[in-house]
Design a protein. Structure first.
Length: 177
């Protein structure tokens, strides 16, 4: 009886501890109000917090570490619909940046840091493809094995089949050899 209640209490404690970070993570991501992503040297921001006033959704600013306020960064006008507004910066140098979105009603939709890593350019070489094409599904059949290899493989298969038959026959009638 004791073990059951101890197990129940420890199980509830583990469940509560596992569920605790979920509301905290949801609150921190919801408080931001923006989503920032990078693709190579392009930084994109999306939000749904802004409303259109006088034909403008607002402005997003990309700040590097030496810039302190919204006006000093690279600014881009937001575009989109009432459900989603986006902005993007291209040719961004590698480094750490802060993205700030200011809606047209002068409310900040959110602030988020982003790291832009050095873009690697894929190189294509002339010898990247196999000379005889793709050998998919052949499974080793592309190599021509000699007669000795094939006879040895056949002998191994025959020995395995014979041992299986002998074992199964002996198991069904234990008094026979």
């Amino acid at each position: 009886m004791r073990n059951r209640s101890l197990l129940l209490r420890s199980g509830l404690t583990v469940a509560a501890a596992a569920a605790l970070p979920l509301p905290l993570a949801a609150a921190s991501s919801a408080a931001s109000g923006i989503s920032v992503s990078t693709s190579g040297s392009t930084v994109s921001v999306t939000t749904s917090a802004c409303s259109q006033i006088n034909g403008s959704w607002g402005t997003a600013s990309l700040l590097n570490s030496s810039q302190a306020n919204f006006a000093q960064g690279r600014q881009v006008a937001l575009s989109g619909t009432s459900s989603l507004q986006t902005g993007a910066w291209s040719s961004v140098s590698p480094g750490t940046y802060t993205v700030i979105v200011m809606c047209s009603n002068n409310n900040t939709a959110g602030t988020q840091s982003v790291i832009v890593s050095a873009a690697t350019t894929p190189s294509i070489s002339a010898t990247a493809s196999p000379s005889r094409g793709v050998m998919g599904g052949v499974g080793g059949g592309a190599t021509d094995y000699g007669t000795i290899t094939l006879v040895a493989g056949g002998a191994l298969v025959a020995t395995g089949v014979a041992a299986t038959v002998w074992f199964l026959r002996r198991r069904s009638k234990p008094y026979r050899l």
